[in-house]
Design a protein. Structure first.
Length: 472
């Protein structure tokens, strides 16, 4: 496969200098500006995005981003980048970013995936150097070698993009379902407008309320207030390496607070541990299906509900594993309570630590919790459980799709697998016993939205391959 220096086929540009872009050019609402802080793992982090005025974009129009641009941060996690699709075209390039522009959109998308391959990420990190803060510049990117591929192989990016788009769709579904569950909990157990016997909102229709001194607010008459410890059987933690085990060995994933976010676990960023380490941690954590993971140091209170037995991963010492006492409350109610804004507000002043704040097991156990009547908890569970079940399904599907993408990526990039003219994936996969596994019609030709959503054939081939690999 022929290769070229990136600088020979792309236009690479740093962001505007401080003399060009001033603090006065920032506005409350305008054109979004991408800086290094906004670049995630192929996604844009919009929570803290800054804005510039249309006038600034017109004055500094060379920094207006176009579809197909690839944007890197100049410092920190320099191996991360984001591809600018048609929805982000028109955004503004920030000062601490570098933009790569290629005229061929299909090839630009291909290169975006190529930049995610481990070989390129190592190449970028090695060239960047820096003992404290690695730094990326245009000369470094100009010198990166990239493949010059045939048009049919550029279609590789279409396959990978379909997998990523499905993951993004699932993330949106998860986010919407989490919001729905949170709103139902707030409506029923914070505002206390749960449906009463006449299907009317309790408090709004004049339901009797009484003052609770422990919570410092009113709750429905005859409701109980207990403590978290009354509603659980135990809180366990995982194990930190120290003298117990070494990170980086094996194929099992080691979950820390950084891997838990938005009700999901990001298995891509985990450290690896071997089977012996997994056994040591499991003897302490005893995590199982139905347990609620809770991050105990900043960011405190991120949650994950275990829906499938964790056979190849476990947690570190800063992640609590909480098991619900089903004789008192359902899992779904305890999870929703821990995930509520009112509970987070109550825990905040109880967190301690001069460098990094955290909450102790004993403190969490003594937190107050409203315990509604059993019949209402049953109704709430019937309503909310399908939402959590669907979240679990989407999260599992995302994990399989991500594994599949990461499995395909290096083979697609080095030519082990190619895309034929009719856009069928073809290739051979060598194994220890020299058997070969052809991908026979691994996925359909993605010509319609229905076909684009159908990845079952490809997933089945992948999972069969992984099972055969374990046997050998």
């Amino acid at each position: 496969m022929k290769k070229s220096k990136l600088g020979l086929i792309a236009h690479i540009q740093s962001g505007p200098f401080g003399t060009q872009l001033h603090a006065s050019d920032y506005v409350q609402d305008g054109i979004p500006m991408i800086n290094a802080k906004n670049i995630g793992e192929g996604t844009l982090i919009l929570d803290s995005i800054d804005y510039v005025s249309p006038q600034t974009c017109w004055k500094l129009n060379r920094y207006v981003l176009q579809e197909g641009d690839i944007v890197f941060g100049r410092a920190g996690s320099i191996d991360k980048h984001v591809y600018i699709d048609h929805k982000r075209a028109g955004f503004f390039q920030g000062t601490n970013c570098i933009r790569v522009r290629i005229s061929d959109l299909e090839y630009a998308k291909y290169l975006s995936y190529y930049f995610w391959s481990p070989i390129v990420k190592k190449q970028i990190s090695k060239k960047a150097g820096g003992s404290v803060l690695r730094y990326l510049n245009t000369d470094l990117l100009n010198d990166i070698e990239v493949p010059l591929v045939e048009e049919t192989n550029v279609n590789i990016s279409t396959w990978l993009d379909l997998l990523d788009q499905k993951v993004l769709l699932n993330n949106r579904i998860i986010s919407e379902l989490e919001t729905m569950a949170k709103n139902v909990y707030d409506y029923w157990f914070v505002q206390f407008d749960f449906p009463d016997g006449k299907v009317k909102p309790y408090r709004a229709s004049g339901g009797e309320m009484v003052w609770n001194e422990q919570l410092k607010r009113e709750i429905p008459k005859e409701w109980e207030v207990g403590k978290i410890v009354d509603c659980i059987t135990h809180i366990n933690t995982g194990l930190n390496p120290r003298k117990n085990f070494v990170l980086g060995n094996g194929k099992n994933r080691y979950i820390t607070i950084k891997n838990i976010e938005n009700g999901q676990i990001d298995f891509n960023k985990c450290d690896l541990i071997d089977d012996d380490a997994l056994t040591k941690i499991r003897n302490r954590s005893k995590i199982d299906v139905g347990d609620i993971l809770y991050t105990s140091i900043e960011p405190i209170g991120r949650l994950y509900l275990i829906c499938e037995y964790p056979k190849d991963w476990d947690i570190n010492e800063s992640v609590f594993s909480i098991r619900t006492n089903l004789d008192i409350v359902p899992i779904e109610y305890l999870y929703a309570t821990l995930n509520s804004d009112i509970f987070r507000t109550m825990t905040k002043p109880l967190c301690t630590g001069s460098v990094q704040k955290g909450i102790r097991v004993g403190t969490l156990e003594q937190m107050p919790i409203v315990v509604p009547p059993h019949n209402l908890l049953t109704s709430f569970t019937e309503y909310i459980k399908p939402l959590y079940d669907r979240i679990g399904i989407s999260e599992k599907e995302n994990r399989e799709l991500t594994y599949l993408r990461d499995w395909l990526l290096p083979m697609l990039m080095n030519g082990q697998v190619t895309v034929s003219e009719d856009r069928v994936l073809q290739g051979e996969f060598g194994q220890k016993d020299n058997k070969t596994h052809e991908v026979k019609k691994a996925a359909r030709t993605f010509g319609t939205s229905k076909e684009a959503d159908d990845t079952k054939d490809l997933l089945r081939e992948y999972l069969e391959y992984k099972r055969d690999e374990k046997r050998t």
